[in-house]
Design a protein around this ligand. Structure first.
Ligand SMILES: *Cc1c(COP(=O)(O)O)cnc(C)c1O
Length: 238
C-alpha cells in the first residue's frame, strides 16, 4: 500500500467516525483531496486509491496538472475544484479547465467566469466563499452581503450556484471551531429557506474536519492528511 493510499484510508476513517459522532450518514460528506504543491504522480496515486475529486489553489499549477492528468489517464473523468483566491485577470483559464470554483466572493469574478465558460462544457459549479469570522484582510464575502450576491450569481447563465465555502481561523478547541463553522451552516440554511436550493457546504480541512462535520459540512477539503506536509510556500498571487 502506498503512503497516499494509507493516508486516504485514515482520512476516510476519520470522516466515518465524525459522521457517526454527529449522527450523520457518511455519504453526506464528500472528500476533496487538495493536491496543491504535489505533482501529477501524487494525484495518480490518490486516483489509484479511489479518489476522484481534487482541489487546487494556484491557477497555473492547477491547469497544468489538469492537462497532465488528461494525458496520463484519458480513461477517467476527474473532478477539479479551484479553491484559491481568484484575480479577475485569471478567470479565463479557470473557466476553461475547472469543474468547480469554490472561492468566488465578488460579482465581477462570477460574471467573468460565466462569460468565459466554454459553451461545450457544462455550467461551472460554484460556491460562494463567506468570511465567517470577520477578518477584514481575509477573502470571502461578509455575511451581510451574502444574500444579494447569491441572488445575483444565481441569475448568471453559465454558473450553477451550489453552496458556500469557508475557511475560519484555526481555533484552540473543538467547540470553538465548531461554533465558527456553525455560522456558515446558519447562513447556508437561511439561503435555502429563501429557496436557493443549495446542496454544498464546503468546510473542514486536515486539522478541523471533525468540527466541520459536526457543524453540517457536506464537503471537506483535505490536503496534508492525504498527501503529507507541504514545503513552506513562498506567498504569491494565484
Ligand atoms: C490548502 C487548503 C486546504 C487544505 O488544507 P490542509 O490543512 O492541507 O488540509 C483546504 N482549503 C483551502 C482553501 C486551502 O487553501
Amino acid at each position: 500500500m502506498t503512503t497516499i493510499e494509507g493516508n486516504l484510508q485514515q482520512v476516510r476513517e476519520r470522516l466515518a467516525r465524525a459522521c457517526k459522532a454527529a449522527d450523520r450518514d457518511v455519504n453526506e460528506v464528500a472528500l476533496l483531496a487538495v493536491s496543491k504543491t504535489f505533482d501529477s504522480n501524487a494525484v495518480c496515486l490518490a486516483l489509484a486509491a479511489g479518489q476522484h475529486a481534487f482541489g487546487e489553489n494556484y491557477v497555473q499549477e492547477g491547469t497544468e496538472k489538469i492537462e497532465a492528468l488528461r494525458q496520463l489517464r484519458p480513461d477517467v473523468a476527474l473532478q477539479w475544484h479551484c479553491i484559491g483566491p481568484l484575480q479577475s485577470n485569471k478567470t479565463r483559464p479557470v473557466a476553461e479547465h475547472f469543474d468547480w470554483v469554490q472561492s468566488v466572493d465578488r460579482l465581477k469574478i462570477a460574471q467573468r467566469l460565466s462569460e468565459q465558460r466554454p459553451a461545450q462544457l457544462p455550467p461551472l459549479q460554484v460556491c460562494l466563499q463567506v468570511n465567517v469570522d470577520g477578518g477584514a484582510n481575509k477573502s470571502g464575502v461578509a455575511p451581510e452581503a451574502l444574500t444579494d450576491l447569491a441572488r445575483a450569481m444565481a441569475r448568471l447563465p453559465r454558473l450553477q450556484l451550489r453552496g458556500l465555502m469557508c475557511i475560519p481561523e484555526p481555533a484552540p478547541d473543538f467547540q470553538t471551531q465548531r461554533d465558527l463553522f456553525l455560522r456558515a451552516k446558519v447562513l447556508f440554511d437561511q439561503l435555502n429557506a429563501q429557496g436557493m436550493g443549495l446542496d454544498t457546504l464546503s468546510m473542514g480541512m486536515s486539522d478541523d474536519l471533525e468540527a466541520a462535520v459536526a457543524a453540517g459540512s457536506t464537503m471537506v477539503r483535505v490536503g496534508r492528511a492525504v498527501f503529507g506536509s507541504r514545503p513552506a510556500k513562498v506567498t504569491s498571487a494565484a
